[in-house]
Design a protein around this ligand. Structure first.
Ligand code: GYE
Length: 338
């Protein structure tokens, strides 16, 4: 694998100095401890958002399966437990260790300029995946790849319009309970905007309430169960991911409210993970909009382009589709990678 000597040297120096520090031996000069040993691997420091959802777990697996030692990579992994501050310190750590590339899925959009400036000053390319950052200085990252979350939201709204029409409900008052994902994350912002524009375009649709489900089943269950104590007159629950849909379903079951294809409440979800699609096939979820978590190979393509001295696209979006129960079979679900 191609790699600049300067960087390799930096990585080794950092490792050796760290080792010396930990044994209390700090007197030797840098020159004295540098060896000719070389790390031939491409070293990638990866900061993952957390393990909040099935989607996220599939995303982490995709990274681990892609960046293997057999293929000449060393993947350093950090689980930020959904906290931006953990990601910032992981990135600082990767800078100190002079990794070859920093890859991260930003928990939220705001607040990255300072640490990314540090990476830039250290000459380490930064690749952002999944969610985006909000910055005025696009030179702070080399490339981004992920999904068009706004388009996903628009797809959901177009489907809902058509579905209600088919059901002869086009003119009915439609009350939508909105369960947001992690507030401030690009996926939340895009899917929310899709919903809000869809509602604004229909006089008879309204958002009954907006809850924060944090992309987890537990949190969504908690907030939806609480909501249902005071209002059960809802037509749609717009859940911003599959795990959130499971939490909403759990709360509806407990409240004795029917849902899904044969029920009173329409469930809209995002991700189309194996568990989500199974619930959709069984009629519990009416619509599951796909969000592809297999970012590993796409990040690898960017890294390989950089290794070859090419300039990758600054932004690359992955194509996605959506699923309704009629589309799904066990075989189809089993044939998918997540
Ligand atoms: O939809 C959700 C996850 O940012 C696309 O984060 C990602 C979202 C995904 O936790 O399940």
């Amino acid at each position: 694998m191609k790699k600049s000597c300067g960087k390799k040297y930096g990585f080794l120096t950092a490792v050796i100095l760290a080792a010396l520090g930990s044994t209390g031996c700090t007197g030797g000069s840098r020159e004295a401890v540098q060896t000719e040993a070389e790390n031939e691997n491409i070293v990638i420091g990866f900061s993952e958002v957390g393990a909040e959802s099935d989607w996220r777990v599939a995303n982490t697996e995709s990274m681990r399966n892609t960046f293997t030692e057999e293929k000449g990579y060393e993947l350093m992994f950090n689980d930020a437990k959904q906290k931006q501050e953990n990601q910032i310190s992981a990135i600082r750590n990767y800078i100190l260790q002079a990794v070859d590339y920093i890859v991260f899925a930003p928990a939220v959009e705001e607040g990255w300029d300072e640490v990314l400036q540090e990476a830039k000053d250290a000459g380490i390319p930064v690749i952002i995946m999944d969610r985006m950052i909000n910055t005025e200085d696009e030179s702070l990252f080399t490339a981004w790849e992920g999904s068009d979350f706004y388009a996903e939201g628009v797809t959901a709204m177009e489907w809902l319009e058509e579905y209600l029409e088919e059901q002869g409900r086009a003119d009915e008052e439609i009350s939508i309970l909105h369960v947001k994902g992690t507030v401030g994350a690009t996926s939340q912002i895009g899917r929310t905007e899709g919903l809000e524009n869809g509602v604004a375009a229909h006089e008879n649709w309204e958002i009954a309430a907006c809850l924060e489900g944090e992309y987890t089943q537990a949190k969504t269950y908690e907030v939806v169960a609480e909501y249902l104590e005071t209002d059960t007159d809802i037509d749609v629950i717009y859940c911003e991911n599959d795990n959130s849909a499971f939490g909403a379903i759990q709360a509806l079951e407990e409240a004795g409210i029917s849902y899904g294809v044969d029920g009173d409440v329409i469930i809209i979800s995002f991700d189309a993970t194996e568990a989500g699609l199974t619930a959709c096939m069984n009629g519990q979820i009416n619509l599951d909009v796909e969000c592809n978590p297999l970012n590993g190979p796409r990040v690898e393509m960017i890294i390989q382009q950089l290794e070859n001295g090419e300039t990758p696209e600054k932004y690359s979006y992955v194509d996605e589709t959506y699923f309704v129960p009629e589309d799904l079979t066990e075989d189809l679900i089993a044939s998918r990678e997540y």
